[in-house]
Design a binder for this molecule. Structure first.
Ligand SMILES: Nc1nc2c(ncn2[C@@H]2O[C@H](COP(=O)(O)OP(=O)(O)OP(=O)(O)O)[C@@H](O)[C@H]2O)c(=O)[nH]1
Ligand SMILES: [Mg+2]
Length: 202
C-alpha cells in the first residue's frame, strides 16, 4: 500500500494537534496540551486506491525547533498551519516555504497552507485574502479550516497525496501545469476512511 509521510508545521497553539486528532479520531481536543512530537497513521482512499497517511504532529514551541530540519527531511508533504485569530502565527510561518525548499533541496514539495480556527470568525485577525496571497506566492493550495467544527479537515489531509501525484511545474516554455484549486467545494478525489493504528487519541 502506498504511504505518504505528512508533517504538520506551525507555531504553538494554532491547532496542529486538534486538526490531526480531529482527522484521525473524529474528536475535538478542547484542552491545550503542547506537543513535543506525536505520530499518527490513518488509511484513506486516493483515486479509489487505499493509501496510508503517516502524520507527524510537531511542536510549535521554539524550544523544539532544532528537530524541525530532521522532520522536514523525512517528510513528503507538509501542512503549514496558522491561526486566523492570531496574526503573529501567520507572520511566523512566512519563512516556512523557503525552509522546506532548502532542507528538501527541491521546489517541488507538496505544501498545503491552512488557516485554522475558522469557527472563531469574530476573533479573526488574518483576512482570507492574506492567506490566499501567501499561498499564491508559495504556489500551493490554501484552505481555511476548523478543528472544532470539523470544517475542511478531511479535505486538507486528503489533499497531500493528491498534491504529491500532481505533475511537475511547467518547464520554461513547456505546457501549463494544473493550477492549485481551492479546496472547499472541489470534487473530492481522496476520501478519509476509518481511523487505523491510532497511537494517541483525545
Ligand atoms: N475554537 C477553536 N479552537 C481550536 C481550534 N483548533 C484548536 N483549537 C484550540 O486551540 C488550542 C491549541 O490547540 P493545539 O491543537 O493543541 O495547538 P498546537 O498547534 O498543536 O500547539 P503545539 O502543540 O504547542 O504546537 C487548544 O485549546 C484547542 O482546543 C479550532 O479550530 N477552533
Ligand atoms: Mg500540538
Amino acid at each position: 500500500m502506498r504511504e505518504f509521510k505528512v508533517v504538520v508545521l506551525g507555531s504553538g497553539g494554532v491547532g496542529k494537534s486538534a486538526l490531526t486528532v480531529q482527522f484521525v479520531s473524529g474528536c475535538f481536543m478542547e484542552k491545550y496540551d503542547p506537543t513535543i512530537e506525536d505520530f499518527y497513521r490513518k488509511e484513506i482512499e486516493v483515486d479509489t486506491s487505499p493509501c496510508v497517511l503517516e502524520i507527524l504532529d510537531t511542536a510549535g514551541t521554539e524550544q523544539f525547533a532544532s528537530m524541525r530540519d530532521l522532520y522536514i527531511k523525512n517528510g513528503q508533504g507538509f501542512v503549514v498551519v496558522y491561526s486566523l485569530t492570531n496574526h503573529q502565527t501567520f507572520q511566523d510561518i512566512k519563512p516556512m516555504k523557503e525552509l522546506i525548499t532548502r532542507v528538501k533541496g527541491s521546489e517541488r514539495v507538496p505544501i498545503l497552507l491552512v488557516g485554522n480556527k475558522s469557527d472563531l470568525e469574530h476573533q479573526r485577525e488574518v483576512a482570507a485574502s492574506e492567506g490566499e496571497a501567501l499561498a499564491q506566492l508559495w504556489g500551493c493550495p490554501f484552505v481555511e479550516a476548523s478543528a472544532k467544527s470539523r470544517t475542511n479537515v478531511n479535505e486538507m489531509f486528503a489533499e497531500i497525496p493528491v498534491a504529491t501525484s500532481r505533475p511537475p511545474p511547467r518547464p520554461p516554455g513547456g505546457a501549463l501545469p494544473r493550477p492549485p484549486a481551492p479546496l472547499p467545494g472541489r470534487p473530492g478525489r481522496a476520501s478519509a476512511g476509518a481511523a487505523k493504528h491510532v497511537i494517541s487519541t483525545c
